[in-house]
Design a protein around this ligand. Sequence first.
Ligand code: UN1
Length: 506
Amino acid sequence: NAAHSGIPLPVDLYRPQRENSHGVELGERKALQTLTSAIAAERKASPAINTSTAEQTNAVITAAQRGFKAWNGTPAAQRAAILDKAADLLEQRRAHFLALLQSEGGKTLDDALSEVREAIDFCRYYAALGQQLFGKGETMPGPTGESNVLELRGRGAFVAISPWNFPLAIFLGQITAALMAGNAVIAKPAELTPRIAAEAIVLLHQAGVPETALHLVQGDGAVGAALVSHPAIAGVVFTGSTEVARSIHRTLAAKDGPIVPLIAETGGINAMVVDATALPEQVADDVVTSAFRSAGQRCSALRLLFVQDDVADRMIEMIAGAARELKIGDPSEPSTQIGPVIDAEAKQRLDAHIARMKQEARVHLAAEAPAGNFVAPHIFELSAASQLTEEVFGPILHVVRYRAERLGDVLAAIEATGFGLTLGIHSRIDDTIEHVIDRLQVGNIYVNRNMIGAVVGVQPFGGSGLSGTGPKAGGPHYLTRFATEQTITINTAAAGGNAALMAGVE
Ligand code: UN1
């Protein structure tokens, strides 16, 4: 809570928009879909987006360094007002961004709706929080005769590298946080979703972010690597694989120039523990949502389900039954629940994993998917959790049975993955829930519910270990990591111009 963290939460300034998108009623969904389909058809005809050259990338960094000065000097309230304006524009252009998310990101209407809401929430939350944190220095208690003030300010030209699975929400979340903290930003979106990024940048400029403070660089990992190794950059925020986060760490450590931070949010082999006291219908519903929604292409998604053996047969049957009913196909069809995976390469990787699992595991669900980049939900039962050695980014659930007295082994197996992003527990025994929470270092723990869709400002999101550096996105500590701190100590007892100085500080 606020008192505990020391940072006041901007509860009076911020209310999340985000709600369960299933709340959007059918009539509105159909109307939205007609609109988005028309926009999507129009977008398909627009010109290709080119990779930025090394020269362009260097020029952008120099421009951002220059742009930083003025932006960092802009009052926090003004920066916040610009982010609020960006949220307003997103609301106005919701259908347009829904269309882009569907056509370029392959998102279902439900997923696209959730994502636009999340993007709006990020803008509004960081605006509200930033006004509190960056508005005015904080006076520190101290001995008399001195005044001590702590101020937060931007670091410089910040690089933001974002993934294709949330091409609007994570893209804008990173950028708006860095901007709110006073940084100039160089954004490098995923090469698979360049158009959404380009349009989101236009929107931010229209909202009032100066062109000099916000720059877009397009391209693949090589472009990202060039940005990260540049001596002039002041920090990196990255969401993506653990492997790339490590390589960014190495590059930052080796590069010339200032020593700069990395804020990384990476993957997980996320688990859920279901004991014999859990409510079966609810488990089935929550497992299906957690493992298969967004075609499993969320870093928060459930990969490894531990079920107590007494109830395992029944639970697995119910889950498989519910998963079998999911409608898979064209994301522009309003009733579709599972759209395509992001590209042919992703499908190949997932198909290879499915083929291996068919050899090594017991098959509970293996349906055929329609032609195209579709992967149907699969459920495989493993004899041990250690059979799953990597994050499998698709609609594939792995189940392991456990005996009640071996819960300790289950928790040890979860810990042994090295990841710590999300975790689900379904139980009606408080002691079990408390024990699991105490025992594991996992960023987001969900009790008796599904484990995806963290709400900005309410369920701060992010993990530790192989899952990232923290701090949590959409949480009260996120912005501070983008900033540098300045402590100003003034001898108030001294004669002279100190009174004027003091007035300046406060
Ligand atoms: C990701 O998938 O890269 O809670 C992270 C959720 C989302 C996950 C975003 N915020 O499901």
